[in-house]
Every structure is written in structure tokens, then in C-alpha cells.
Design a protein around this ligand. Structure first.
Ligand SMILES: [Zn+2]
Length: 305
């Protein structure tokens, strides 16, 4: 099976991500959160060659790697969280096609500069998507300042990933992480491709309903690996009751959460255990890689995998 993890954060601790933010992002998980999944890969090696080795070890074909910058709202003693697009581009360029770059921009600083930077990243550096962080960077995705970025992404045909739902980072604003905030975005920009990260957990049912309303919306499973596999099964099953599984993508949230694609690959063992219907094999193949190939234009033949 061709496996794509659509949600891996780059950034070297102490260089791009302060010790404070790194600890906040991993708060509670290191001790308690990794008990259910057997895959032992929680890569903290952020050098690209080491990362590709880890991918080979784990059985991952391609990973999307995310930029991000929320320095604007961080007090000086908590900074930085700044994983620049340029850093991600250099890592992607060295990966032989195994990494797909997802850039990030801050529409609140300057809406037009943000749109220009997005266009530059896609046209000149082959980024295949853009990540926005409303809850961390304290903005409402319905803010008018975001419109030039949405227009640019629509025209380029690239998806915008929104962090929606849970984060342990206490400085993030909970009122800016609810999936329903994206409904108006979808109605104003019907061609905009959207990925609702983390299936909006703990507002996962709200996210399922949101995705079902907008034909270009998707959800990903990133960070849900802290749950028992029965819960992972239930979320995948329930998503399929209101949406096509063609709009669900596997992602991990590595290095802040453990990689759990093997749990998803064997999720029908859970179905058998609890007497629930199997997730069809073709749907699992789409969730674990096929949908990502379509959304991020991944050329399997060129990769030879
Ligand atoms: Zn993330």
C-alpha cells in the first residue's frame, strides 16, 4: 500500500521552535498518550536525510511537511515558533520527492503580502498546499484579511490546511478552533480546497457535518493517534456515514504525536473485535495515500514507488 502522511511538522527545537513551545506541544502525551499504538517511530530527527531514513523504517512513502509562524502573538520569552517556508523548501529539495512542502503565511500582518508569498511558494518552490493556524495565531478564519489568500489558493488549486480543534498549547485560543468557523469560508469560496486538520477533534462530529456541506472540503486524522484504536475506527466509520472516504486523509502530527498508519492499516481487526462493519479495503487505500496523491498531485510513477 502507498502511504502518505499529510501532517508532519518540521523545525529544529531551539532554532525554529522554542523549548517552551516544544514542551507545550508535547505536554501530556509523552507520558500517557502513546500507549495504544505499536509503531515506535516518533521522529525528532529533523535533518532531512535522517527523516527519510525514518520514513523508510516506518513504511511511509511520502510525507507532507509543514511551515508555520506564530511569533506575532508570542511574548518574547516564548518565541520562536517560526518554521520558515525557505527552510521547508530546502528540506523538500533534498528529499528526492519524498517530502511535499506545505507553506504557511500570516494574513493578519499583511493580507496582500501573504497572498503574494503563497503564490511565490507554489509557483517558484513547488509547495503543494498552505497551512493556517487560526487558534495559535489568534485570528478568525472568516476575517476579511484572509480573503486574498483564499482567492490565491482557489486560483492555484492548492488546499489550505486549517488547524481546527484541540491543542495542548495554553496560549492558543479555543474560540478560534471550532470547525463551524470554516462554513462561511466554504460558502464564500466554493472552489477553495480545504483540509480540516485533526478532524476538528474534539469537535469531530461538527467537522464531519462541515465537510459534508462543502464539496472541496476534506478532513485529516492527524493527532488522533492518541486515542484507542476503537475510537480511531469509530471516527473513520462515522466519517464514512456522512461523507465519501475520498475526503479523508491519514496524517500523524509527528513529532508531537506518534505515527499510527499501521493502526489504520489494520483497523478492520478492531471492526471484527467489536462486531462492526469493515472499512472497505479500497477506502483504506484512499485514506492512507490515494486521496493525498490526488490532492497534492503526487506522481507515484516519477517516485518509482
Ligand atoms: Zn499539526
Amino acid at each position: 500500500m502507498f502511504i502518505v502522511d499529510n501532517h508532519i511538522h518540521l523545525g529544529q527545537p531551539g532554532v525554529h521552535v522554542s523549548d517552551y513551545i516544544y514542551k507545550e506541544l508535547r505536554k501530556n502525551w509523552t507520558e500517557r498518550g502513546f500507549r495504544y499504538h505499536s509503531v515506535e517511530v516518533a521522529s525528532e530527527k529533523r535533518e532531512v536525510t535522517a527523516l527519510v531514513d525514518v520514513m523508510d523504517e516506518a513504511g511511509l512513502d511520502v510525507c507532507c511537511v509543514l511551515a508555520g509562524n506564530w511569533n506575532r502573538v508570542l511574548p518574547p520569552e516564548q518565541r520562536p515558533y517560526n518554521v520558515p517556508n525557505a527552510f521547508v523548501a530546502t528540506q523538500v529539495a533534498q528529499s528526492g520527492g519524498r517530502l511535499i512542502g506545505i507553506c504557511s503565511v500570516d494574513p493578519i500582518v499583511d493580507p496582500w503580502d501573504a497572498a503574494d508569498e503563497l503564490e511565490r511558494c507554489v509557483r517558484d518552490e513547488d509547495f503543494r498546499g498552505c497551512k493556517l493556524y487560526p487558534t495559535y495565531a489568534h485570528f478568525d478564519p472568516r476575517d476579511k484579511a484572509c480573503e486574498p489568500v483564499y482567492e490565491a489558493a482557489s486560483a492555484l488549486g492548492i488546499p489550505i490546511h486549517f488547524h481546527m480543534g484541540y491543542t495542548p498549547v495554553c496560549g492558543a485560543d479555543m474560540k478560534l478552533q471550532q470547525p463551524w468557523l470554516l462554513d462561511e469560508v466554504g460558502r464564500r469560496f466554493p472552489k477553495l480546497k480545504v483540509v480540516v486538520c485533526h478532524m476538528g477533534y474534539p469537535y469531530a462530529e461538527e467537522a464531519m457535518g462541515l465537510v459534508s456541506r462543502h464539496e472541496n472540503f476534506h478532513a485529516d486524522l492527524s493527532a488522533l493517534g492518541f486515542h484507542h484504536p476503537r475510537k480511531v475506527y469509530q471516527l473513520i466509520h462515522d466519517f464514512g456515514c456522512v461523507n465519501s472516504w475520498d475526503r479523508l486523509l491519514y496524517g500523524s502530527e509527528n513529532p508531537f504525536m506518534r505515527t499510527f498508519h499501521k493502526t489504520v492499516m489494520s483497523i478492520n481487526e478492531v471492526a471484527a473485535e467489536i462486531g462492526m462493519p469493515e472499512i472497505p479495503q479500497d477506502a483504506l487505500e484512499h485514506i492512507l495515500g490515494g486521496n493525498a496523491c490526488r490532492l497534492y498531485r503526487i506522481d507515484r510513477a516519477a517516485l518509482g514507488r
